[in-house]
Write a protein that binds this ligand. Structure first.
Ligand code: GLU
Length: 304
């Protein structure tokens, strides 16, 4: 299939639709991005690559990084993760506090902020140098050594992270945070600040399309059964309270971030990443969602 031609056709089609989305202003650093940026990259498990637009430009991957931290924790810890964090879609906003009280400080899943903060607590307990180990992990997955945190974004997250601090304090009151709050949040904010391009992201997520093995290094990251679970969690929980919409319209497991990126995986086939910074009211990329909907409809390459 001529994916690059298809990308161009969809891009031209979507240019006719007004982009009603808004660039995230959750922290000042994120609002500095060019709102009209657009990139897409598809990488197959056999190593074919197809790109369009700003596919090589790095952007703030934000919550997409929650998949990396979850996989790192899931691949390293011997104990059971699932008494600390659930596997149900939240149906509430990514930074919601309301459910946590009823759920006694156990977040619904690892991809909402509260869940990702618990994962960071686990990584702080398990790893000698959590921030460096996290970067090493992402660099290994992508094969790119220059991937890094953006210190200004991490600092901006910390300065403006009142709600995230509320979440961590609330969970600590229920005994679901074991380490020092500042240490846990330092890791969380740094993870959110990682910058990667569509090309780097689609390569890094390929192991999830390949039964847990990085195709170009043969390095096993997760067992097939844990890979199945990671994909299932992305399918049900990867898009805040719009996970149903994404499944309905696109039909692939995936994860979005408020930097405007979306990564989606077709098990046994490919990984696709799209970046368009203007977000819909739920915090997902407005044109990114539309692009992937057109793409899987056009190519019939969804899992359903
Ligand atoms: N850094 C953002 C936060 O902690 C991430 C949000 C996102 O991408 O969903 O709220």
């Amino acid at each position: 299939m001529d994916y690059e031609k298809i990308f161009k056709e969809i891009y031209v089609d979507l240019a006719k639709i007004e982009d009603t989305g808004q660039v995230s202003n959750y922290i000042p650093e994120l609002s500095k991005v060019d709102p009209n940026s657009f990139g897409v990259q598809l990488t197959t498990i056999h190593g074919e690559k197809y790109a369009y637009g700003d596919s090589n430009v790095r952007f703030s991957i934000q919550s997409i990084a929650k998949v990396f931290s979850y996989v790192l924790a899931y691949s390293r810890i011997k104990s059971d993760l699932w008494h600390r964090v659930g596997v149900e879609p939240s149906g509430t906003a990514f930074n919601s506090l309301v459910q946590l009280e009823n759920d006694l400080g156990i977040p619904r899943n690892p991809f909402i902020n509260a869940g990702a903060i618990v994962i960071c607590d686990i990584l702080v307990s398990e790893l000698d140098s959590p921030k460096e180990d996290m970067l090493t992990f992402v660099r290994e997955l992508s094969g790119v050594d220059s991937i890094n945190f953006n210190k200004r974004v991490a600092e901006s997250e910390r300065m403006n992270g009142f709600r995230n601090f509320a979440l961590v304090n609330f969970m600590k009151s229920f005994g679901n945070i074991l380490n020092d709050i500042d240490e846990v949040m330092d890791l969380y904010f740094h993870i959110c600040s990682i910058e990667m391009s569509c090309e780097e992201l689609s390569k890094s997520f390929l192991f999830l399309a390949n039964n847990g093995v990085v195709p170009y290094s043969n390095n096993r990251i997760l067992s097939p059964s844990r890979t199945k679970r990671a994909n299932a969690l992305m399918q049900t929980c990867g898009f805040y309270d719009e996970a149903g919409q994404f499944t309905f319209k696109v039909g692939l497991p995936g994860k979005s971030g408020i930097g405007g990126g979306i990564v989606a995986v077709h098990p046994e086939k490919y990984c696709i990443t799209v970046w368009s910074p203007r977000l819909n009211p739920k915090g997902n990329s407005y044109k990114g969602m539309l692009f992937l909907e057109e793409f899987t409809t056009h190519t019939k390459l969804s899992i359903f």
